[in-house]
Ligand binder design. Structure first.
Ligand code: NAD
Length: 350
């Protein structure tokens, strides 16, 4: 899966003074703490030092998590130990930092922090028989997720592919239905502005950078569900999450920005072993001269897929595959190696 490392660099995380792990006990948090309550013990970070939370949590539960997760270093873990207590309300949470800061939130309704950690999944992969909901499924990245989930040999999955654009949904359906049929999996395209979804989902992927969608995902997730905040929600944005539900259902949020070399090797291995066909995601080709138009097309949502830029194709303007006519040997309208070779032959290097 390609990444957006550039976006990541635009959102540096301030790590100064933050902790790699914070364990917070939230006993007796239903309702505001009476002023006469004895102050609780200072929550302690796993390093043994007092955490930045200090005693600040008495000022309100909502502030606790906002402050708490701001105090977690990039890639850090925020462990909420409810010890029988409940928040009883939505809690302002730094959902943007799940994607751009790589922070993770876990929790347990009991007293043992290890119980929360034992629910952390070993991988972020989809599982057999998962009901998957891809929100924003018909954009370029959503399309890649749909193709990926239908092609990587995980049995029994059902992919709900939601998008607000009927036009994009129709293009996605044309592309993905044959894949679902070939692999004996179920694809359910839908438009959330018109269709109601009856199911709870084991895996929810967000392609639209809207914090409220994270809060909705908590409601729509099945126990043990995973919520992949794939969309680049800016690091400073928050959402009010039902953390009681998150903890009760043992939900796990994931989100990454950009790819490391190991990710690229994994994708390449899937392409080589024919478990993933990245050609299906190609919507247009261009030379360097067409690259700026390509960026504008992405900004304006003009293309439903990816743009391949061939530097050796000097003067090639941004060309959607749909406008190629019979000029290149596409297979059923899709990009392929033969089409690439034919294109490169038209622009011989000197
Ligand atoms: N994690 C990574 O490494 C990585 C890499 C590339 C892109 N991204 C992120 O992926 C996201 C998607 O990229 P894209 O190029 O496909 O974007 P896009 O804007 O072209 O597509 C988003 C789609 O979501 C749909 N949509 C918007 N709100 C919706 C809603 N409430 N319900 C259902 N559908 C809705 C839109 O109609 C659109 O088709 C971006 O936020 C981008 O930052 C992440």
């Amino acid at each position: 899966m390609e990444g957006d490392a550039g976006a990541s660099r635009l959102n540096p995380t301030d790590d100064e003074g933050s902790s790699d792990a914070v364990v917070t006990e939230v006993e007796t948090l239903t309702g505001p703490a009476p002023e006469t309550d004895p102050a609780p013990e200072t929550p302690v970070a796993s390093t043994g030092r007092p955490s930045r939370l200090g005693r600040g949590w008495l000022i309100g539960v909502a502030a606790v998590l906002l402050v708490g997760s701001a105090g977690v270093a990039a890639g850090g873990l925020f462990n909420i130990v409810q010890a029988g207590g409940k928040f009883g309300r939505a809690v302002v949470s730094q959902v943007g930092r799940v994607h751009y800061g790589g922070i993770r939130l876990v929790g347990t309704a009991g007293r043992d922090p290890a119980a929360a950690m034992s629910a952390i999944p070993a991988t972020a992969e989809i599982r057999p028989n998962d009901k998957i909901n891809i929100i924003g499924a018909a954009g370029p990245m959503g399309t890649m997720h749909v193709i990926r989930d239908l092609c990587q040999g995980v049995p029994g999955v059902t992919v709900f592919a939601g998008d607000l654009s009927d036009e994009r949904l129709a293009a996605l359906q044309k592309l993905a239905e044959p894949l679902a049929a070939k692999n004996k999996l179920t694809l359910r395209p839908y438009n959330p502005s018109k269709d109601k979804l009856p199911d709870k989902f084991n895996y929810i992927v967000l392609m639209a950078p809207v914090p409220a969608l994270v809060a909705q995902a908590v409601q729509d997730a099945a126990p043990g569900g995973r919520v992949n905040i794939f969309a680049g929600i800016p690091a400073e944005l928050t959402a009010g999450l039902d953390l009681d539900a998150c903890i009760e259902k043992q939900l796990y949020f994931i989100g990454t920005s950009g790819s490391v070399l190991e990710d690229m090797k994994q994708v390449l291995a899937k392409v080589v072993s024919r478990r993933l066909d990245t050609n299906l995601s190609v919507a247009a080709v261009a030379g360097l001269e067409g690259a700026i138009d390509g960026i504008r097309a992405v900004e304006k949502n003009l293309l439903p897929g990816k743009i391949l830029v061939y530097p050796s194709c000097r003067g090639l303007k941004l060309t959607p595959l749909t406008e190629l006519g019979g000029a290149l040997p596409l297979s059923d309208g899709h990009w392929n190696k033969q089409a690439e070779e034919a294109l490169l032959k038209q622009f011989p290097t000197t």
